[in-house]
Ligand binder design. Structure first.
Ligand code: PEP
Ligand code: MG
Length: 895
């Protein structure tokens, strides 16, 4: 029989798929003997069944009431009993943390009778009525769908009526009146009353949490974080404990290490006389956790002890929510904490040194996206004016953009392609679209654990929070700094999330320390050293080689400094631009063989020079040179420009330039409706006489030149856009003829492997035949994605991909992350059939996917020999190739 409910004492963190992260960790802490208020978890399986059918699965509420009875027995109190009632919280908790994106209902069990019991038992009437009004409001909005703004309005009206500014100045009578007002409101809006039955409250709250899995916020967050839509959320039902019972109570959040830098120490925020929600919402400013040492030394000591236990047990940074109820410490939640990229590398290195994790575990805990972020530039503050304001450095990085004061405005401006900084007093889950759209988030309230900080860190966005000197005036669309400077919405500001500083205008950028280390080999220190260690480990265990896509000696040299083991794609098209465009024109317009040969002969030494420079920069390493790929008319002037020029001449009664007329004629002849599917790639080589021969001769002569200079050149020749074995056979014949001729002329054989790109579905499907003629394969996954999906790679991303992402056709562009089930299948077929023909076939990838972390894992698993990517992605690919090897367990994992 399926079980839908687990007591905290029954589960553990291994059940996170079923109990959600929160539920599984509560169970784990219960197992560890930590002071966790008792409770139980309704599984994600129950949620999935509910979402699929619209009804709770059979037996679920029977299980819930059995567990509730056990909870009541343990507490010696009954849910909502008029004398001293048991009250519970009902919270969401998916497998992956989705902070604040789903619903929570607290104080379930309060009604007109039990509120009096609570007042009596707690000895605090005001607290009881405050809890009741919170329940009615939360239940009314979350479960009964009444607009939250209506509750806010009722509260404001009452405060105005009483002449008070703050909720805390409302007395018991006022709160009782507010409960009445809320209940009337619910009745007017829904036609039904606030349910007095505790069992009904519990039941409806559980179902509302289930439903909140599909709320707009939650869906948006999942899309952004690539969390699958079909996981569902678990629901935890837990005995309430109260941090708002006076000065001997409070709530806080603690980290076992600094989540921004990863350095050891005690980090967190504490808010005396408050509920946990108040801390995260950033509504009131918290005190540093270390202040608790004076406020409540006993709880402080216990908390430190539990933090140590948790970090040792989880062997990772833990983030902990706790409540102190009249001097008794309760742990309400823990999870392996979200952290910045910098912190991820630092923690991995330190835990390895402490012997808590192995080098491979350390490698598994860092990632290429974080590494890429650490390569981003930083602000050059040497020439910077004074900061406008300082706040808490909650998520590092440098961001420049126009200040905007609400989420909608951020989304609107970002949609126009502008960079914005979202400036808010504090953020709520409703600000998520604006946070996604913005380059950085700046708040005037809240600590490192506020919503803004937690969400920004999770997204890798720059964030400064709690910049208290700022006063926001959303009405006039501006904010004021401590010294009275007024910053209007739209003004450009710079936010330094590493230093916690905000500047007026756009501060210039400089290389990050990691970039300096990679570029110059400068001795690594701090985070850079931690990154270098991870890269070293990755290099030690990875099976995939990493090459770079580079087509100038400078790029080749940089790629080499970044650790590239060769060039996987040297595109030759840029070598036909600039001054050389004239020669290409000449070649295209040639009327005789002599004219064409003249053009090609002039291009030859220039190409030879290009290749010699690159081979020198990559001396000793393979350099894969691709024959010309794009359609030739890309090298000719624009058709409309030519036509206008000719028409203008004619309009002035002049004779148009005959060169223009010939060019227009050629452009007209060569016009293609779908150039990407037209005369390009290998097809060019087969129909434009002399082109292949010129390029190959340039390569061969460069090889000779480098060898004579004492170098060790390893050129490889790659043929693009092959769809049939005959194409490569024909080109290969020509290539070998030229190599042999050059060898003979210079008196030394020139050997270059000749391979092909696999970038058409037909090439993948006939790879067995193609391998007969190819020494190596390199997947051109840009074109392969284009032709497999039938997506024009130059058009679709801006045209309709956002609609496709919204509708869930895919959750990342297939041009960014390889589409495993479609394009990936073709890759699999080509690898298998190519190697069946030629077991030693060298296979790589040189499309953009070669530097995408998730795709690198796919290529590792598909058995490729190397990935090739842009020079700046080389460190990312090295790291991910190492991670792929340890995740699939076939790397060299000796510690
Ligand atoms: C490819 O198609 O993936 C590729 C690397 O070639 P290009 O992007 O130059 O077409
Ligand atoms: Mg291509």
């Amino acid at each position: 029989m399926v079980r839908y409910v687990y007591d905290f004492a029954e589960g553990g963190r291994e059940l996170d798929g079923l109990l959600g992260g929160k539920g599984a960790n509560l169970a784990e802490m219960t197992r560890l003997g930590l002071p966790v208020p008792p409770g139980f978890v309704i599984t994600t399986e129950a949620c999935r069944a509910f979402l699929a059918t619209g009804a709770e699965p059979d037996g679920m509420f029977r299980d819930v009431s059995e567990h509730l009875s056990a909870l009541e027995e343990g507490a010696r109190r009954r849910l909502g009993h008029p004398d001293d009632p048991l009250l519970v919280s009902v919270r969401s908790g998916a497998r992956f943390s989705m902070p604040g994106m789903m619903e929570t209902v607290l104080d379930i069990g309060l009604n007109d009778a039990s509120v009096l019991g609570l007042a009596e038992a707690s000895g605090n009437e005001r607290f009881a009525w405050d809890s009741y009004r919170r329940l009615v409001q939360m239940f009314g909005s979350t479960v009964m769908s009444v607009d939250t703004a209506l509750f806010e309005r009722a509260l404001t009206t009452l405060k105005e009526d009483r002449g008070v500014r703050d909720d805390v100045h409302l007395g018991t009578e006022d709160l009782a009146e507010l409960v009445e007002a809320y209940r009337r409101l619910i009745h007017d809006e829904t036609g039904e009353g606030f349910p007095q039955s505790p069992a009904e409250q519990l039941r409806r709250a559980i179902l509302a949490v289930f439903r909140s899995w599909n709320g707009e916020r939650a869906r948006l967050y999942r899309r952004r974080e690539h969390i699958p839509d079909d996981l569902g959320t678990a629901v935890t039902v837990q005995r309430m404990v109260y941090g708002n019972l006076g000065s001997d109570s409070g709530s806080g959040v603690a980290f076992t290490r600094d989540p921004a830098t990863g350095r050891p120490g005690l980090y967190g925020d504490y808010l005396p006389d408050a509920q946990g929600e108040d801390v995260v919402a950033g509504i009131r400013n918290t005190v540093p956790l270390t202040d608790l040492q004076h406020l409540d030394p006993r709880s402080y000591r216990q908390l430190l002890e539990h933090m140590r236990t948790l970090e040792r047990h989880y062997r990772d940074l833990c983030d902990i929510e706790f409540t102190i109820e009249r001097g008794t410490l309760w742990i309400l939640q823990t999870r392996v904490g979200k952290r910045t990229a910098e912190a991820a590398f630092a923690i991995a290195a330190e835990l390895t040194d402490e012997g808590l994790i192995t080098q491979d575990e350390a490698l598994a805990r860092v990632g290429g996206d974080g590494l890429a972020r650490l390569m981003f530039p930083r602000f050059d503050t040497s020439a910077t004016p004074d900061a406008l304001a300082h706040g808490i450095p909650a998520s590092p990085g440098a961001a420049v953009g126009a200040a905007v004061l609400d989420s909608a405005e951020a989304v609107r401006r970002a949609a126009e392609g502008r960079q914005v900084i979202l400036v808010r007093q504090e953020t709520t889950p409703d600000d998520l679209p604006g946070m996604i759209a913005a380059q950085a988030v700046l708040t005037s309230r809240g600590g490192k654990t506020s919503h803004a900080a937690v969400v920004a860190r999770g997204m890798g966005k720059v964030c400064v929070c709690g910049a208290e000197e700022l006063t926001l005036d959303t009405g006039h669309r501006r904010f004021t700094t401590g010294d009275g400077t007024v910053v209007e919405e739209g003004a450009v500001i710079s936010v330094d999330g590493s230093a916690g500083a905000v500047y007026a205008g756009a501060v210039p950028l400089v290389d990050s320390p990691l970039m300096r280390h990679l570029e110059t080999g400068e001795q690594p220190a701090g985070t850079v050293r931690d990154v270098a260690r991870a890269l070293e480990r990755a290099d030690g265990v990875r099976r995939l080689e990493v090459r770079a896509n580079a087509d100038t000696p400078e790029d080749a040299a940089r790629a080499r400094r970044f650790g590239a083991q060769g060039i996987g794609l040297c595109r030759t098209e840029h070598m036909f631009l600039g001054d050389r465009r004239k020669l290409v024109e000449e070649m295209i317009l040639a009327r005789t063989d002599r004219e064409r040969e003249h053009a090609l002969d002039t291009l030859l030494p220039l190409q030879r020079q290009d290749f010699a420079g690159i081979l020198e920069a990559m001396d000793g390493l393979p350099v894969t040179i691709r024959l010309l790929d794009p359609p030739l008319h890309e090298f000719l002037p624009d058709r409309t420009d030519l036509a206008v020029r000719i028409a203008a001449a004619e309009a002035h009664g002049e004779q148009p330039d005959p060169h223009d007329t010939r060019l227009l004629d050629a452009v007209g002849r060569m016009h293609e409706a779908n150039p990407m599917l037209g005369l390009r790639g290998v097809r060019l080589g087969l129909v434009v006489p002399g082109l292949v021969a010129m390029q190959v001769r340039a390569v061969a002569e460069a090889v000779v030149e480098r060898t004579r200079a004492g170098g060790d050149p390893h050129a490889e020749i790659m043929v693009p856009l092959v769809g049939d074995v005959t194409e490569i056979r024909l080109v290969r014949g020509e290539v070998e003829g030229v190599l042999a001729a050059v060898g003979e002329e210079y008196g030394a054989p020139v050997r270059c492997p000749v391979g092909t790109m696999i970038e058409l579905p037909r090439a993948a499907l006939t790879a067995g035949r193609i391998a007969e003629e190819a020494d190596f394969f390199s997947f051109g996954t840009n074109d392969l994605t284009q032709t497999t999906w039938g997506f024009s790679r130059d058009d679709v991303e801006s045209a309709f991909f956002s609609a496709y992402l919204d509708k869930g056709v895919f959750d990342t562009s297939p041009f960014e992350t390889l589409d495993r089930s479609g394009v990936g299948r073709l890759v699999g077929i080509a690898v298998a059939e190519g190697r069946a023909t030629r077991p030693d076939l060298k296979i790589g990838v040189c499309g953009e996917h070669g530097g995408d972390p998730e795709s690198v894992h796919f290529f590792h698993a598909a058995g490729l020999d190397y990935v090739s990517c842009s020079p700046f992605r080389v460190p990312v690919a090295r790291l991910e190739a190492g991670r792929a090897a340890i995740v699939t367990g076939d790397g060299d994992t000796t510690a």
